[in-house]
Write a protein that binds this ligand. Structure first.
Ligand SMILES: Cc1cc2nc3c(=O)[nH]c(=O)nc-3n(C[C@H](O)[C@H](O)[C@H](O)COP(=O)(O)OP(=O)(O)OC[C@H]3O[C@@H](n4cnc5c(N)ncnc54)[C@H](O)[C@@H]3O)c2cc1C
Length: 387
């Protein structure tokens, strides 16, 4: 049985994972192109649309599939094993749609309109909140991007960094300091408005295919209704289950590295041995360690996701520290698993003829997605002390 099937519990999940598997196989063929261009291939978005992947988390009333968190992670993990950059990218879109539908963060009429855009046109959205000066938005820094009121509009000016899928997004959800309200808010901004440019700054070690360039807003005129969130209303400490698409993605990379390493170990027989290296004790030790680590990280992730799905919105809030712990454990385990896989393969793993060196680079990026390890450890310590 494939490792991807371990957490499948019913036929519907099997079909979803099969669909993700087909997409993963197709997209893995475009990874080289994405690596070179440091952009998300438009063909991947076209394929995701053709498979109605962009509406998976949309409520059923709008024609989506309203995936549970557990099911969302199953498909994302599978997709990531073929193309992690695309999985991380589309994971933001699906997660945001899920969050907006479940947390009801926006006015009903605006969400209704937007959900119809997702259903009918399969528009693609992402939150772009990071900036050079604030760094990770989870640290609470006030954005330097500014929104200045002008009649029924706002003029938005600023530069955002790490804008995943910048070149292919239909909508950005952009955080800004809203001058007339003296607080931070978020605007839903169509990517074709005048004054928006993409500065192709994304030239990174890993996750190159996410095309997370800078987006520059120069006096972009946005209708005042598009101020969709105000931080005064939002609770920054709110537990966010959908963010588990991040650990699912990095565990998908780890599983791909594990599968490739085992396949190599079973097929490679140096002329100094009478068996493939899979029979050698130190190789089995490493494979066993990989299994142990993946078992721990995945069972924890799926168990927390299951808890999330079963609980009421109020009870879900108690899971904040557990969600954060899943991310820290999964991303660190993913780094360790890829490292072990490369030790199994040996020097060949450095070659671009194999995927290992890419897994090694991609998995590293997980450390810099939210929440960051130091914040997670602090959160766990505070919870323990306050008990
Ligand atoms: C592949 C990838 C995709 C991404 N996609 C998106 C996206 O779609 N949208 C988006 O908005 N962002 C995105 N990001 C950005 C991400 O959320 C972070 O903003 C970014 O990685 C910078 O975080 P950082 O912790 O490395 O940097 P910084 O926050 O600048 O921190 C730099 C260093 O200073 C420390 N530090 C900073 N502030 C504090 C503090 N207050 N207390 C203690 N220590 C502090 C940090 O621990 C770190 O060591 C993406 C990042 C990656 C890697």
């Amino acid at each position: 049985m494939s490792m991807f099937n371990t957490y499948i519990q019913n036929e519907q999940q099997q079909q979803l994972v099969d669909k993700a598997g087909r997409l993963a196989d197709t997209m893995s063929k475009r990874v080289k192109q994405a690596e070179e261009s440091a952009d998300l291939p438009q063909a991947n978005i076209d394929d995701l649309r053709a498979e109605h992947y962009l509406t998976l988390t949309l409520p059923k009333t709008y024609g989506g599939e309203a995936l549970s968190l557990y099911d969302f992670l199953l498909v994302q993990e599978r997709l990531a094993a073929g193309d992690a950059a695309t999985a991380l990218s589309v994971g933001w879109h699906l997660g945001i749609v899920k969050e907006l539908a479940e947390e009801k963060l926006w006015d009903r009429s605006i969400f209704d309109w937007f959900a119809k855009q997702v259903a009918e046109k399969q528009v693609l959205v992402n939150r772009i909140a990071s900036e050079r000066a604030t760094g990770s938005p989870t640290r609470g820094g006030v954005p330097e991007t500014k929104a200045v009121r002008q009649g029924n509009h706002y003029l938005i000016t600023g530069r955002k960094t790490f804008a995943t899928m910048a070149s292919v997004l239909d909508y950005y959800i952009v955080s800004a300091y809203v001058e007339d309200k003296d607080t931070v808010g978020s605007f839903l901004i169509s990517s074709d408005l005048a004054g928006i440019t993409i500065d192709k700054t994304w030239d990174t070690l890993g996750m190159r295919g996410t095309g997370s360039h800078d987006v520059v807003f120069d006096q972009v005129k946005v209708e005042a209704d598009m101020l969709v969130e105000l931080n005064k209303q939002a609770n920054p400490r709110q537990a966010k289950g959908w963010l588990l698409h991040i650990p699912a993605c990095y565990l998908g990379i780890a599983i791909a590295a594990r599968n490739d390493a085992i396949a190599f170990a079973k097929s490679f027989q140096p002329n100094s041995l009478k068996t493939p290296i899979s029979e050698v004790p130190h190789i089995q030790q490493k494979i066993g360690e990989i299994e142990l680590k993946l078992l721990q990280a995945r069972s924890f992730m799926y168990q927390v996701a299951n808890q999330w799905d079963k609980r009421s919105p109020e009870q879900r809030q108690e899971l904040g520290a557990d969600l954060a712990a899943v991310k820290t454990i999964a991303t660190n385990v993913a780094n360790q698993v890829v490292d072990l896989a490369m030790r199994i393969v040996g020097g060949r793993g450095l070659s671009k003829a194999f995927r290992f060196e890419q897994y090694y680079r991609d998995v590293r990026a997980g450390l810099h997605n939210p929440p960051m390890d130091d914040m997670v450890i602090q959160l766990l310590a505070k919870r323990a002390i306050s008990e």
